[in-house]
Design a protein around this ligand. Structure first.
Ligand code: HEC
Length: 144
């Protein structure tokens, strides 16, 4: 059992140490430049329009981007590399739910333009420097 004094020291020590680590990491992130990491110069109108569609249609209710969102459907940060623009377009413009693995993707039936905007958004997201996130699944090749 810790005495009251030891508990206080443990609390203060831990708080101070992790505050310093947090501040140092925050400075490191900002110093490296968020616009450089995100390639802000590539954020075209199509990318922004795609992002608006992403929000308006609650894609995050099922999917994640950079780990944020729901875990019902695949992570989409690298979907542009994984599936390519043609497959993504077919999924987004489809009038029937796309579900090769059982769970159903919503059949949004987007127009060509809307699909292009979402694809531009996925391409931009996929090019953000995320220090290697998401890691490739460790069992990917073993399951083949
Ligand atoms: C109700 C849940 C749900 C919502 C909402 C949803 N999706 Fe999906 N989506 C899925 C499921 C489930 C899959 C996987 C289907 C499969 O592989 O069988 C999928 C697959 C995809 C894929 C292919 C992913 C891959 O790696 O193969 C893309 C791209 C996609 N969705 C984009 C979107 C976009 C964009 C939105 C919003 C406009 C959206 N989804 C909203 C459930 C959803």
């Amino acid at each position: 059992m810790l005495s009251k004094k030891q508990a206080l020291l443990f609390f203060l020590g831990g708080t101070i140490m992790f505050s310093i680590i947090f501040i140092a990491l925050s400075i490191d992130t900002v110093a490296k430049g968020i616009p450089q990491h995100t390639h802000e110069e590539n954020m075209t109108k199509a990318v922004v329009a795609g992002r608006v569609l992403w929000d308006e249609n609650n894609c995050m209710g099922c999917h994640t981007l950079m780990g944020e969102g729901a875990y019902y459907a695949p992570e989409l940060t690298k979907v542009y590399d994984r599936q390519g623009p043609d497959v993504i377009k077919a999924i987004l413009t489809s009038k029937v739910p796309w579900a090769p693995h059982g769970r159903k993707m919503v059949a949004y039936g987007f127009s060509d333009q809307e699909a292009e905007n979402l694809i531009a958004f996925f391409k931009w997201i996929g090019e953000i420097d995320l220090n290697g996130y998401p890691a490739p699944p460790p069992l990917k090749n073993k399951l083949k």
